[in-house]
Ligand binder design. Structure first.
Ligand code: NAD
Ligand code: UPG
Length: 663
């Protein structure tokens, strides 16, 4: 191996990594060395496992190219050579160093691919943000008016950055002066042009899927990082020496694996690998991204690692207060993400365990009262204490399994057991619920219809992956009911069907499940209603509140006078504040400043328009008085999310069984 390679690419002009002396910590083990020397022989899984089984980990993943343990000194990349043009990085230049960011993976929620990329682009209009994915249908959806995911406020953010805005001038009576907002140029691109986007970017976020392995070593517990491996290989081949950010949730040690792959393919090129896990929750993605509790950045504890972290920090600093940006080492960052999810899930399992006790005590103990009481303790706080049928979704279970796998690899079996007990309670809770339904119907569902309200793993999202509902439906359908009729106000019928099919039920049982496009069809003739997702729609139409103000009925005064704020260009944060002001004064809709460009109309037969209309429809709220007349006696409601007003429903003639409420 000689350096530099003839096809070595030119360094990026104003960013250099100078830590030649801070080379990879010795090779102690064959692990790093072997993969650098014998490509393809060490799998990433093996790599990660090895990096943890040899004792105290080196917490500073090296810069690739900062020295390979297998190379003689004379072969080490030379920091003083052409790859390193500057002696020191002028931090003041960092912000301007980043001209283009690439996100690899525009996933369902696209931990980053979609919402995070959109919000970064929104707040950094001077940076071109390119989101690439191999899935062309997904990309097409991101480029349309029907985004592949349903998140409040996301379409507006995407439209602003993806399509650009028009010039607008706003005059507000209370503001005393007109404000002119210049048109924004588009700076968010969704495409399948992976190579082009990667090669033009100074920062590359890897946000591909990391599901639990389904076969081979570690099946059912270890995270499958093959998509990360594959994306990294593409990055290694086409990137020009840049900052690589692992955004996906990954096992500890993955940053090192990424470094290794990069180094193998491009030993002469400088890369710095950062960990910056995403903490957004589905359903509140835009809010979480706009106002994050924290942005976590893990880097190598080297000068170049810290510099790379500082470049990323600058991107977030466009809208995130400095004190909310936390920098740590890479391993801590990777571990913190898994632990955050495990501890959130642990709170849910704890309160669900309490709910079982409340039900058995039978003296009126109510889990909601318990949650309220303990949540008032500042040390505990009120969040994530809602008892229910258990947690679902694509993250908690897989991340707890990954954490437990790591603990086992470290021979900490008791610790692994501790984390796994969170999942056991979760499973126990949903089985308990299904059993309660069957018992409530005299031990048999034969000949009966059961209505299931809610299929998404939580409200506010159309994500059906690993929904609790599918497990409960599978348990119920085993009782061979006449029909299980499912309705969810946010999910597409096809997505529900696909998830049900993935649950591998017998065809005969699968045929007993029908998916309805409205709640009336679901509850008509049902012996029991099960509420599995806490959609507000199920609380009853009173709970939905007044309908949204009619859109576009009143407008801000558009400008005769104009004050050009060009030299003090408004940040998008300030524009948002201005929008809030306009909304307050005029109760205006989504785009109160009328900045957005009009969207091209869809063809009249567009199916997605129909789905979106259903989602946005407040009139979809369940009218329980009407339900009472449509159901079979004794009108059982199993409220798996404690969303209905039980007293009110009992007044209407229902028998309500909530979670964690004594008889
Ligand atoms: N879903 C969430 O709310 C959330 C939140 C925080 C973190 N995360 C983490 O983010 C990661 C992604 O999650 P997701 O929900 O977006 O997953 P996803 O499965 O919905 O999407 C992953 C996307 O990556 C694409 N992809 C895979 N390999 C690729 C490659 N080589 N090149 C280009 N595209 C490629 C796939 O086509 C897919 O569209 C996971 O690690 C997850 O744990 C998710
Ligand atoms: O008090 C509660 C809170 C939540 N849930 C359930 O828990 C699951 C997960 O909910 P939530 O955490 O809100 O949604 P996710 O989108 O799965 O977000 C989690 O997983 C993401 C992916 O890693 C992280 O980024 C987020 O911080 C973390 O909250 C859902 O089924 C909820 O219904 C409860 O049962 N009770």
């Amino acid at each position: 191996m000689s350096l530099p390679r003839p096809d070595a690419e030119a360094p990026l002009p104003s960013f250099s990594f100078l830590d030649n002396h801070l080379v990879r910590s010795p090779p102690s083990s064959q692990s790093v060395a072997s993969s650098a020397a014998s490509p393809g022989t060490a799998s990433p899984d093996a790599w990660i496992a090895k990096s943890w089984t040899r004792g105290t980990p080196d917490t500073s993943p090296p810069s690739s190219g900062s020295g390979s343990p297998n190379l003689k000194p004379s072969q080490q990349p030379n920091d003083a050579g052409p790859l390193c043009m500057k002696e020191s990085l002028n931090l003041a230049q960092d912000a301007s160093y980043v001209k283009s960011i690439c996100f690899v993976g525009a996933g369902f929620v696209g931990a980053a691919g979609g919402p995070t990329a959109a919000v970064i682009a929104y707040h950094n209009p001077h940076i071109l943000v390119h989101v690439v994915d191999l899935n062309e249908h997904r990309v097409a959806a991101w480029n349309s008016r029907h985004l592949p995911i349903h998140e409040e406020g996301l379409l507006k953010v995407v439209r602003t950055a993806r399509d650009g805005t028009v010039d607008t001038t706003v005059t507000l009576p209370g503001l005393g002066r007109p404000v002119q907002l210049e048109a924004r140029q588009p700076n968010l691109v969704f495409s399948t042009r992976v190579v082009e986007a990667i090669s033009g970017a100074q920062i590359i976020f890897i946000c591909v899927n990391t599901p639990t392995k389904t076969h081979g070593l570690g099946a059912g517990s270890m995270a499958d990082v093959s998509a990360i491996e594959s994306a990294t290989r593409t990055v290694a081949k086409h990137a020009r020496g840049s900052i690589i950010v692992e955004k996906s949730t990954v096992p500890c040690g993955t940053a090192r694996m990424i470094q290794d792959i990069l180094h193998y393919h491009r030993p002469e090129t400088r890369f710095e690998v950062l960990s910056s896990p995403e903490f957004l929750a589905e359903g509140t993605a835009v809010r979480d991204l706009m106002h994050p509790d924290r942005i976590l950045i893990g880097s190598a504890q080297t000068r170049s690692g810290r510099r790379a972290a500082s470049v990323l920090r600058d991107v977030y600093a466009a809208w995130v207060p400095d004190e909310r940006i936390v920098t740590v080492n890479t391993f801590s960052s990777e571990l913190a993400k898994l632990v955050a999810n495990a501890m959130l899930a642990q709170r849910i399992s704890s309160i669900n365990a309490v709910s079982a006790m409340c039900e058995e005590i039978g003296l009126g103990a109510d889990v909601e009262d318990v949650g309220l009481a303990i949540g008032k303790d500042n040390r505990l706080g009120p969040m994530f204490l809602r008892a229910g049928v258990g947690f679902g979704g694509s993250c908690f279970e897989k991340d707890i399994l990954s954490l437990a796998y790591l603990a086992n690899e470290l021979h900490l079996e008791v610790v692994a057991e501790y984390w796994l007990s969170i999942l056991r309670i979760n499973e126990y809770q949903r089985q308990r619920f299904a059993n309660n339904v069957v018992r409530g119907l005299n031990g048999s569902l034969r000949g009966k219809k059961i209505a299931v309200l809610g299929f998404a793993f939580k409200d506010g999202t159309n994500d059906t992956r690993n929904s609790i509902a599918v497990h409960i439906i599978r348990d119920l359908v085993e009782e061979v009911p006449r029909e299980i009729a499912v309705f969810d106000p946010g999910c597409a019928i096809d997505d529900i069907l696909e998830e049900a099919r993935n649950a591998k039920m017998d065809q005969d049982l699968l045929e007993r499940i029908t998916i309805c496009s409205g709640w009336r069809d679901a509850v008509r003739g049902a012996s029991a209603v099960c509420i599995l997702t806490p959609w507000k729609h199920f609380q009853g139409y009173q709970a939905m509140g007044p309908k949204r103000a009619a859109q576009g009925t009143s407008k801000p005064t558009k400008g005769s006078l104009s004050l050009n704020l060009c030299e003090d260009r408004l940040t998008e944060m300030k524009v948002m504040a201005l929008e809030d002001l306009v909304r307050q004064e005029n109760s205006l809709p989504e785009d109160p400043l009328e900045r957005l460009k009009p969207l091209a109309p869809c063809p009249s037969e567009c199916l997605q328009c129909g789905v979106d209309n259903v989602r946005g429809c407040d009139g979809d709220a369940v009218n329980w008085a009407e339900v009472a007349g449509m159901m079979q006696e004794p009108r059982l409601v199993f409220d798996g999310r404690n969303v209905v007003d039980a007293v009110e429903l009992e007044r209407l003639g229902f028998r309500v069984r909530g979670v964690g409420k004594g008889p």
